[in-house]
Ligand binder design. Sequence first.
Ligand SMILES: Cc1cc2nc3c(=O)[nH]c(=O)nc-3n(C[C@H](O)[C@H](O)[C@H](O)COP(=O)(O)OP(=O)(O)OC[C@H]3O[C@@H](n4cnc5c(N)ncnc54)[C@H](O)[C@@H]3O)c2cc1C
Length: 388
Amino acid sequence: MKYRFVVVGGGVYGCALAWHLARRGEKVVVLEAAEIASGSSGGIGQRGVRANRRAAAELPLMRLAYPLWERLADDLGADIGYERTGGLNLVEQDVTGTTGGLASLRARTWHQREHGIPTEVLDHEQVREYEPGVADAVRAALWCPLDGTADHTATTRAFAAAAMAAGAVIREHTEVTRLVREGGRVSAVELADGERIDVGEAVVLLNNTGVADLAAGLDVPLPLWWLVPQVLTVKAAGPVCRHLIGHDHRVLSMKPLDGSVMISGGWRGRWNPDTQRGEPIQDNVDRNIAEARAVFPALADTIVDRVDTSSAETCSVDALPIVDLLPTAGNVLIGTGWSGHGFAIAPAVATLLADWLTGHPRPDALLPFRYSRFRTPAVRSRSHDVSH
Ligand SMILES: Cc1cc2nc3c(=O)[nH]c(=O)nc-3n(C[C@H](O)[C@H](O)[C@H](O)COP(=O)(O)OP(=O)(O)OC[C@H]3O[C@@H](n4cnc5c(N)ncnc54)[C@H](O)[C@@H]3O)c2cc1C
């Protein structure tokens, strides 16, 4: 069987890209080792759709993504649980390292606005109007009214359903084990059961933690590793927080759910190689809930309802994704290294990838994510960067 585009990975990226390509009449297949939304794009709770305090290189992507999120449920014809709650990044300290604190707020506001991200500084009293339950220690916040949350699992499944309705083929329980290179391009992908699928135009590796191994098979080392982020929920009798919450110096993120609160922010579980799943580390659960209680005292008597450390996510050395063609195979495009914040920008990145794959030049908004940023000039000049 031959497809013009072979997409590896059925997470939010693979499914969104397949939808865009299929809508343009392209013949595309998605190969997913397990099930749709079984990786980072699935699991409990919601994901933040956030520009606030995002890396500068990703702000243009969030500016593109905001209007896409606004109409995505209509475009996909599905409930994706998207809500524009607004997002608060809470500040308690004068200075936080070299990157934050009250001292940084004016500069950050200017910078985010410069990138088209509406941003305001709120003082303590104003924060209290938005979040009446916030602790006295919170002295200010950066407020982004266009930030929000969405149901990542529902969004990913909705992309997959829309892709299939538009003509894409999605194969679950189909693991890609090898890319078959002929000359400077990949001509086929090999599956775990030995089946080969021929590639017409391009292979797109959007299989998150699996990209590095497949790229290594084409002699391209990627500066990536992966981990299992921790998410927990607590039941709450009344609303604890009403907005997407981030924090300037605490490892903390919170999202209001129906009847509960989701708490995360960067704590980790541990990978169990026997079960091939992530499992919680109690100390990290305790520390995550302690951070939340310090900021929202009403959480003092709540107990943890659910803990999820099952999804693995890839991180890169500069905490930015790698979105590029591989230097050793000019028809292999990769998107990985989302470093814990890939969901919100996915609708924008998928649109840009579809443009690029169907004959447009490499989109400017993807330039900061080139693989060549990791190489020395001498190595860069030896590799050829094939693009349309
Ligand atoms: C707990 C947690 C909280 C997060 N919070 C946020 C947030 O608030 N905001 C935000 O923007 N982002 C957040 N992220 C990050 C975001 O969810 C991810 O960056 C994004 O979902 C990655 O999507 P993906 O499609 O690249 O990967 P995945 O969803 O992991 O999909 C990759 C798929 O590839 C499949 N696969 C792997 N290898 C192969 C192979 N060889 N052959 C075939 N298939 C293969 C896997 O089974 C998997 O289904 C969070 C992530 C986690 C884990």
